[in-house]
Design a protein around this ligand. Structure first.
Ligand code: GRF
Length: 187
């Protein structure tokens, strides 16, 4: 099996990155993680890249044309697939056009509900009975590309933001690898 050379974009903890690193060590998993890009110099997730000797690059997204730098890195490592895993920056049309249909994102809600930030606070405020996570393709509109996989759980009395986050992330660790397998299943 030819594994797709993949880049994971992060900004913070990188727990999804860590999970994908483990999964991608399986010879039957369709991707290999060839590069990690962080727009946050202090992202904890960079430590996972270092520990597993995966090339990583910090790219300051406050500069104009920073996506040109990203593109150069993607080309250098022959990246053909991109996973956004807690990347807190909107990917612009520039990159989306170059990697159309090849960028996926994980979002902590049942899209199309609760696009954007602060999902857990809004979910609690609206007394939702169910929530979960969505893995979807990235297009020009925020959190609006086609869904690949969703996983749900029931919100219980007493669940606060911290509990919702932890329950959601547990599902994310299943959903992200499953989505990747689903994408490449018939290729
Ligand atoms: C995840 O919960 C994901 O849904 C959201 O950002 C979080 C990233 O967590 N987009 P981590 O950095 O993978 O730990």
């Amino acid at each position: 099996m030819v594994k797709r050379k993949t880049c994971i974009f992060i900004s913070g903890q990188g727990s999804n990155l860590k999970n994908l690193i483990f999964r991608s060590r399986d010879k039957n998993f369709p991707i290999t993680i060839s590069l990690v890009i962080s727009n946050n110099k202090n992202a904890f997730g960079i430590k996972h890249a270092k520990k597993y000797s995966i090339p990583y690059s910090y790219i300051n997204s406050n500069y104009k044309n920073y996506e040109n730098k990203i593109l150069l890195n993607l080309k250098k490592y022959k990246i053909s697939f991109i996973c956004l895993a807690g990347y807190m920056k909107i990917v612009s049309n520039f990159l989306i056009q170059k990697y159309r249909g090849k960028i996926i994102n994980i979002h902590p809600s049942l899209l199309p509900k609760y696009k954007g930030l602060n999902t857990f606070a809004r979910i609690l405020k609206n007394k939702e009975k169910k929530t979960g996570c969505t893995v979807h393709y990235v297009n020009e509109k925020l959190d609006s590309g086609n869904t690949i996989i969703q996983k749900k759980f029931f919100v219980l009395n007493g669940d606060d933001e911290k509990i919702l986050k932890s329950k959601t992330q547990k599902l994310e660790y299943k959903a992200f690898p499953e989505a990747i397998i689903k994408i490449f299943r018939n290729t």
